[in-house]
Design a protein around this ligand. Structure first.
Ligand SMILES: C[S@@+](CC[C@H](N)C(=O)[O-])C[C@H]1O[C@@H](n2cnc3c(N)ncnc32)[C@H](O)[C@@H]1O
Length: 210
């Protein structure tokens, strides 16, 4: 999916993935990682997710990354916050207010220097937003960005495989094992059936340590 695809989704309000409340799987499974309060949690491809608000309410600082300016602006506006904005080189902009720092721009342009303090990564609708050919690149970059020992909470989806259908994509469990071959998994739990695009999908929660 290229930039134009996502910009159009935000412009047209086609953001069916967005939940108006924290994801119940985050609330249930986050404690398994035992991430110290007061530390920084990285949320790649964050959209304007309420999950960031829940993480902040638990006492974390949140470092999000999102391609679309409209999503970043909407997040701060909906939280009633007026962020500062600062260019990070030519391609990225850092927005900051309260416990939230959101880096606007392409995930693949992020540098490990900006994620060096991260104690955990929360991935909901990020890995599954990429088509199969892009996922190795995503996993490689995530492992470059996440400090060794950081926690990883991943919510993955498996469902009908129709490549031209667009995101979310079904990600087979065996592929997750291959993409994150060095990960020390603490938990893998198939949780529930969800409806996406009129079909039944399964959600699985994974918790691990980079
Ligand atoms: C399916 S949404 C999930 C958003 C959020 N994680 C949630 O659960 O609500 C994927 C988001 O990733 C953003 N995105 C897509 N490609 C990206 C990239 N290369 N770098 C940063 N963000 C990207 C899109 O604009 C979109 O907001």
């Amino acid at each position: 999916m290229d930039r134009d695809f996502w910009v159009a989704r935000w412009r047209n309000g086609e953001t069916g993935w967005h939940l108006p409340h924290p994801n119940p799987l985050l609330v249930e499974h986050w404690p398994a990682l035992e991430v110290p309060k007061g530390t920084e949690v990285f949320v790649p491809l964050c959209g304007k997710s309420e999950d960031m608000v829940w993480l902040a309410q638990q006492g974390y600082r949140v470092l999000g990354n999102e391609l679309c300016e409209a999503a970043v602006a909407a997040f701060f506006a909906e939280q009633g916050l007026t962020p500062t904005r600062e260019a990070l080189g030519e391609a990225l902009v850092r927005w900051q207010a309260g416990p939230y720092t959101l880096i606007e721009g392409d995930f693949f342009q992020l540098s490990p220097a900006w994620t060096a303090q991260v104690s955990a990564v929360y991935d909901r609708a990020a890995l599954v937003a990429f088509p199969p050919a892009m996922r190795p690149r995503y996993a490689e970059q995530l492992q470059r960005l996440a400090p060794k020992g950081a926690g990883y909470l991943l919510i993955s989806l498996t469902g009908p495989v129709v490549p031209e259908m667009g995101p979310p994509f079904s990600v087979p469990e065996a592929e997750i094992g291959r993409l994150f071959a060095d990960m020390e998994w603490l938990l893998k739990q198939a949780v529930k059936q969800v409806e996406r695009k009129g079909q039944t999908w399964s959600e699985t929660v994974w918790a691990g340590v980079f």
